[in-house]
Design a protein around this ligand. Structure first.
Ligand SMILES: Nc1ncnc2c1ncn2[C@@H]1O[C@H](COP(=O)(O)OP(=O)(O)OP(=O)(O)O)[C@@H](O)[C@H]1O
Ligand SMILES: [Mg+2]
Length: 266
């Protein structure tokens, strides 16, 4: 706990980069972290050096749930040498949406798979696809929080409003405990007026919900992903490593402030 979806319906925003490197930063702080790759593109799995599709993956277990054969997420968990646990994706996730479409309770499949393993972890991150699809809905239904990575050059407000409408519907109809953890600016360059302006605009609209930490544009982040590594294993002195370490610290503070009162009430 907590379960955090990383989502926004815009490709190339930094969702996978954030899941990978924020997860890796928390892992280096001694936290037990599970990353779930819920995108048929399987970029997160590849970025962790998982090249071949393992026999057990998110799709194989979702398929068993659909067939009522008892999917088990624990079977699909791969542990990386750096100490991260990962549930890899599979290209078949692209068709799972069709397979689950007519099913009663189709929005709860990831949640059901996650329930038996969630207590083993300090943080669970779900890397979502760039569409608000049934897979994203499943991820949001299974989550306590959602984090939105937003590149500063993307005119984000429209996309964010579109996402927030979906978020409200999911809260009302499917998962009332879902909270907006925050928005984090990615591919940020403080010399670019547009980047600074977009951040300011978001801070005005979503008071207290924009992370103070920004993730600067850093080519090492892209190179690390290509090499199948997190930024700390690839180049720990890179700006990308500094920024994700800072983001991890800020997230731990927020989780501490926001999650603890809920625990006390329970
Ligand atoms: N801060 C950054 N600086 C430089 N390059 C970055 C940064 N963040 C991400 N990238 C690169 O931008 C590309 C897109 O990032 P990423 O894959 O994380 O986006 P995404 O939101 O997961 O995309 P998709 O919606 O397709 O899944 C990748 O090549 C990644 O390495
Ligand atoms: Mg991605």
């Amino acid at each position: 706990m907590p379960v955090i979806s990383i989502a926004i319906q815009k490709g190339g925003s930094g969702k996978t980069t954030t899941a990978l490197n924020l997860g890796a930063a928390l892992c280096r702080e001694g936290k037990k972290v599970l990353l779930i790759d819920a995108d048929p593109q399987a970029n997160l799995s590849q970025s962790l050096g998982i090249e071949d599709e393992p026999a057990f993956n998110l799709y194989s277990e979702l398929k068993k749930e659909i067939l009522q054969e008892g999917g088990q997420l624990s079977k699909a968990i791969v542990s990386t040498p750096q100490g991260l646990d990962v549930v890899p994706a599979s290209i078949d996730l692209a068709i799972v949406e069709l397979e689950m479409a007519g099913l009663m309770g189709r929005e709860y499949l990831i949640s059901e798979l996650l329930n038996p393993v969630v207590d083993r972890y300090d943080y669970v991150f779900i890397d979502c696809p760039h569409s608000i699809s049934l897979l994203t809905v499943n991820a949001l239904v299974a989550s306590d929080y959602v984090m939105l990575p937003l590149p500063g050059e993307f005119l984000p407000l429209k996309g964010v409003y579109g996402f927030m409408r979906q978020f409200d519907t999911i809260r009302k109809k499917l998962n009332p405990r879902l909270e907006l953890m925050g928005m984090v600016m990615t591919k940020y360059d403080e010399r670019k007026q547009m980047n600074v302006g977009v951040k300011k605009q978001l801070e005005e609209k979503f008071d207290g919900k924009v992370f103070q930490t920004v993730i600067r544009t850093n080519i090492q982040l892209a190179k690390a992903q290509e090499a199948g590594k997190d930024i700390f294993s690839f180049d720990r002195s890179a700006n990308g490593a500094k920024d994700y370490r800072r983001l991890a610290d800020e997230l731990m503070q927020r989780a501490h402030q926001e999650v603890l009162p809920q625990v006390r009430v329970a």
